[in-house]
Design a protein around this ligand. Structure first.
Ligand SMILES: CC(C)(COP(=O)(O)OP(=O)(O)OC[C@H]1O[C@@H](n2cnc3c(N)ncnc32)[C@H](O)[C@@H]1OP(=O)(O)O)[C@@H](O)C(=O)NCCC(=O)NCCS
Length: 163
């Protein structure tokens, strides 16, 4: 069953795959700092393998995207959060990610991870925090877009060094 919510300003939040504008999302991701190396075929495959949430204008135009890479039971990686530049700062990003997280929590998913280089403020308001024991995490990441200390928002590094 798909989820559909309508905000008081008429914007619609949905996880219905039929609503997704793949061409628009592919263009957004091609211009992002984290997925500029993904081919359109990889974007399509990643969407097919995850739950994609979108926010839509009442006329059907897609305005935002967030992807839940999840088994629906134990874990979710929150990825590809993108709000069209023309509508940023109107609470769309937090509505989208908050709804995604709450929906999966209601299904019993207890654990969510994400790894943006900036915009942590969006996620801290939704309950996300630095890992309690960062030393336990390991990664295998061969992407050219893998974050380095040099390209992460210095405010995030400063926060962590005083934690
Ligand atoms: C980051 C992004 C998703 C935020 O979406 P948005 O719809 O503009 O965010 P919201 O309006 O829901 O903001 C929610 C809260 O987060 C804060 N916030 C928004 N962008 C922020 C940023 N870049 N850094 C820190 N805090 C931020 C807002 O001030 C707001 O706080 P408030 O509730 O006290 O007013 C959007 O700016 C975007 O798509 N950026 C480009 C792609 C990107 O960087 N994605 C993040 C990688 S995961």
């Amino acid at each position: 069953m798909t989820l559909t919510l309508t905000r008081s300003d008429g914007l619609v939040l949905s996880d219905d795959p039929a609503r997704i504008d793949l061409a628009c999302c592919t263009e957004w991701l091609a211009g992002s700092y984290w997925a500029s190396d993904r081919t359109p075929e990889q974007v399509a495959r990643s969407f097919a393998g995850s739950r994609v949430f979108g926010v839509y204008h009442p006329d059907g135009r897609q305005l935002a995207l967030a992807r839940a890479v999840t088994d629906g039971a134990s874990f979710c990686w929150v990825s590809d959060v993108f709000v069209d530049e023309s509508v940023r700062g109107r609470g769309i990003g937090s509505w989208l990610v908050g709804t995604l997280v709450r929906g999966l929590q209601e299904e019993g998913v207890p654990r969510f991870l994400l790894g943006p280089r900036d915009a942590h403020g969006v996620y801290t308001k939704l309950g996300f925090a630095a890992p309690l024991v960062p030393e336990v995490y390991m990664e295998l990441d061969t992407r050219p877009t893998r974050p380095t200390r040099a390209n992460v928002d210095p405010a995030i590094l400063a926060d962590r060094s005083t934690a």
